[in-house]
Design a protein around this ligand. Structure first.
Ligand SMILES: O=C(O)CCC(=O)C(=O)O
Ligand SMILES: [Fe+2]
Length: 384
């Protein structure tokens, strides 16, 4: 990726002013910034940069600061406020909405109720997952706490889902045009026909909360993983998200005074680096389903959440995610020329997501919960 694509060094207008600053002395991910407005007008250079990012990094910043993105930014602001209110509820109340025992990953997951590795080490965050199908009336309505079930909140969810799904659809259309899909896959409508908003799927909004934490190698809040679905839209305000860069790509190095702490340096070994949140932008990353459809031509990059760097570790971290996934009954397998392997065992999108999401709730499910992490690492060259 050419250097000019890398995110420029921070400038003061690019900080979230109500939060401690993201330090300028830690290694950061060299994600390109892609303009949503340009993608929507099919700017050839922008589409090309986006396509490259989808193959090489599987992650990019999407600039939403235009008439096309401002409504989504406003919805995201409102959802950050809403989730704070939800997380303030007593834990006994929130736990009523943990549906793991019913075989569902929607609803609440308490602090430490997920695992981050095969030894069963507990995570350090809370989740709340809202099903797209529930909000759009495509499935039964799940019980939810009062703060999340008024008509106005439901219409905010709907607006956020519509807009996030539209962004994911644009990315899916862009890669669809460039991949060598088989004639059969094209005839069937290509990748877009597998991600209809109105069809049942595992699409969800996720609220994430992690309490303040000092940097330490033990401070992994969310273990390393690739995302299960097709495209993820992620809003971060505090650092803490890290990606492991493929071989050959170097993090952007600090240009600030002072050194990263020892713990931060340790958290940046083996190719790991921090992702700096940018106001006015979301992050977009690709998931396992697109790796499978493209037979490995697209990248689902490994990532994790650790203690936010510098003084950012002193405050509570919230993040907001939208996961776009293939429709429930879509078989996960190659759709490109030359990719089909006879006898490949295929699972449906629904089975794959259930296996992966619920597998991360206790150590006995760990192996089943693994996705394309291995492939993701191999494609970019395994780091020592
Ligand atoms: O909180 C974040 O920044 C990332 C969350 C994430 O990777 C996930 O929920 O899959
Ligand atoms: Fe993720």
């Amino acid at each position: 990726m050419p250097h000019s694509d890398h995110s420029p060094s921070p400038n003061p207008s690019e900080a979230f002013t109500d939060l401690p600053p993201f330090p300028d002395n830690v290694p950061t991910a060299p994600f390109p910034r892609i303009s949503l407005a340009k993608l929507l007008t099919h700017d050839t250079d922008e589409e090309e940069r986006c396509w490259r990012a989808c193959q090489e990094l599987g992650f990019f910043y999407l600039d939403l600061q235009s008439s096309h993105g401002s409504a989504l930014l406003e919805d995201a602001d409102r959802l950050f406020e809403l989730m704070k209110g939800f997380y303030e509820l007593p834990v006994e109340e929130k736990t009523k909405y943990d549906f793991k025992s019913k075989g569902s990953y929607f609803g609440y997951k308490g602090y430490g109720e997920g695992i981050i590795d095969k030894n069963g080490t507990r995570d350090r965050n809370e989740f709340y997952n809202v099903s797209k199908d529930d909000v759009l009336g495509l499935s039964e309505r799940l019980p939810s706490p009062e703060v999340l079930n008024s008509d106005s909140v439901r219409s905010l969810f709907k607006s956020y889902i519509d807009q996030s799904h539209a962004i994911c659809s644009s990315i899916i259309a862009l890669v669809d045009q460039r991949l060598p899909l088989t004639a059969k896959a094209r005839q069937d409508g290509g990748l877009e026909a597998l991600h209809r908003l109105s069809a049942t799927s595992g699409d969800q909004i996720r609220f994430v909360k992690a309490p303040p934490q000092r940097p330490s190698t033990k401070g992994v809040a969310l273990g390393e993983h690739t995302d299960f679905g097709s495209v993820t839209v992620l809003f971060n305000r505090l650092g803490g998200l890290q990606v492991r860069l493929p071989e050959g790509l170097e993090p952007a190095r600090s240009n600030g005074d002072g050194e990263a702490t020892e713990a931060e340096e340790r958290l940046c070994e083996d190719g790991w680096c921090y992702v700096k949140p940018l106001p006015g932008h979301c992050m977009v990353n690709l998931g396992d389903a697109l790796v499978k459809f493209s037979n490995g031509q697209l990248r689902s990059n490994i990532h994790r959440v650790v203690a936010p760097p510098g003084r950012q570790g002193e405050v509570t971290r919230y993040s907001l995610v939208y996961f776009c996934r293939p429709e429930d009954d879509v078989l996960l397998g190659s759709l490109v020329e030359g990719g089909e392997e006879e006898g490949d065992e295929k699972v449906t999108s629904k089975e794959w997501i259930l296996r992966r999401a619920l597998g991360r709730r206790d150590a006995s499910g760990w192996e089943k919960s693994e996705g394309t992490e291995d492939g993701s690492m191999r494609r970019g060259g395994m780091r020592a």
